[in-house]
Design a protein around this ligand. Structure first.
Ligand SMILES: *[C@@H]1O[C@H](CO)[C@@H](O)[C@H](O)[C@H]1NC(C)=O
Ligand SMILES: *[C@@H]1O[C@H](CO)[C@@H](O)[C@H](O)[C@H]1NC(C)=O
Ligand SMILES: *[C@@H]1O[C@H](CO)[C@@H](O)[C@H](O)[C@H]1NC(C)=O
Ligand SMILES: *[C@@H]1O[C@H](CO)[C@@H](O)[C@H](O)[C@H]1NC(C)=O
Length: 302
């Protein structure tokens, strides 16, 4: 993929758009499908975006390209959540690729459309950008870590620009970012992959003691962002002891969401009608309690 120079419209000039903000969260296949329960979204991703002032539309898997194109022109950003499906072939991957390609194309035209990947979503972005899966096994399947910021990342990135300086300090000193992954993009792999290196700026790394891996990225010329860690869990998930809930941890959730939702304020995508919008919104679905049986307190099943 080629990178091209784009003029980024930063918050200073255009976060006063009055379009009703709608963000999407991509569903993924469940492990044991049942009738009417073939895909899910953890409710924490929905709450994450809602907490920063967005409304959420679930992106169902297995839809047609035409349906995805219509949805793309109706929403203001997309979030690829964490999970356990294939990033090479799954309904999640297919939808993620379609929205990624549409987003790149739109951004080239000056239609600012942000894409966010968390955990599996981060890994999916790396695959979509490089068309290769080159992840390394790491011992990071349930651990909170401080971020090792790359030089300048905390002061000179779009993502952390609006974070209060004391929170950036806390992020670099305290274990505020929760990791639940067994696969990672090793820093060494990133450094030797031209497609990734020219597309993404590394904002932070982490290590499991053996392998250093990339933990936060933002694309140089596109509003494409990824964290291997889970910003949404600190405020909204409680079923694992390693999820941090301190004031700084919860502020990390909020400032990350605030950043992404601010990015989504920069386009004018909207639904054709109020009716279509109402039908698409997550409010049509009820989350179910799963905190006694899974890593998520609540999930939406589709
Ligand atoms: C699945 O959902 C459809 C539409 O909501 C409903 O008519 C049907 O009874 C459901 N099937 C099961 C097995 O719950
Ligand atoms: C998506 O399509 C595949 C292949 O046809 C099917 O196995 C799967 O159940 C579908 N999933 C959903 C959520 O519709
Ligand atoms: C994996 O990391 C945990 C700490 O997060 C540590 O207790 C454990 O010994 C490590 N396992 C291996 C095989 O290195
Ligand atoms: C968890 O709670 C739900 C709802 O109360 C219940 O239906 C389910 O059986 C429980 N599951 C386990 C594993 O306890």
């Amino acid at each position: 993929l080629s990178t091209m120079a784009l003029i980024f419209c930063l918050t200073k000039c255009c976060n006063v758009l009055l379009n009703p903000l709608v963000n999407c969260v991509l569903a993924q296949e469940v492990v044991s499908p049942k009738p009417n329960q073939t895909a899910y979204i953890a409710a924490s991703y929905v709450k994450f975006l809602e907490a920063a002032g967005a409304r959420v539309v679930p992106v169902m898997i297995n839809k047609t390209l035409e349906e995805y194109k219509t949805l793309f022109s109706s929403i203001n950003g997309i979030l690829y959540p964490g999970g356990g499906v294939s990033i090479i072939s799954s309904g999640y991957q297919r939808a993620a690729k379609i929205f990624y390609d549409l987003a790149i194309e739109a951004n080239k035209r000056g239609d600012y459309f942000p894409v966010w990947g968390t955990c599996l979503g981060f890994e999916q972005l790396m695959y979509l950008t490089s068309e290769k899966s080159q992840l390394s096994h790491t011992n990071t399947s349930g651990v909170a870590l401080p971020l090792n910021f790359t030089p300048g990342a905390s002061t000179c990135s779009r993502m952390f620009e609006a974070f209060p300086p004391d929170l950036v300090s806390a992020l670099s000193a305290e274990p505020l970012t929760e990791n639940s992954h067994q696969w990672s993009l090793a820093t060494l792999t990133y450094n030797t992959n031209e497609d990734l290196k020219s597309f993404y700026k590394v904002l932070s790394t982490n290590t499991d003691g053996n392998t250093e891996f990339v933990s936060t990225v933002e694309a140089y010329s596109y509003p494409v962002y990824g964290t291997q860690w889970h910003p949404e869990k600190n405020a909204f998930e409680w079923s694992r002891p390693y999820i941090p809930h301190s004031p700084s941890a919860v502020r990390t959730t909020f400032y990350t969401a605030h950043f992404f939702v601010s990015e989504a304020r920069k386009n004018f995508h909207r639904f054709q009608s109020k009716e279509e919008e109402s039908k698409a919104l997550i409010y049509n679905y009820n989350p179910v309690y799963t905190g006694n049986a899974s890593a998520f307190e609540q999930i939406y099943l589709f």
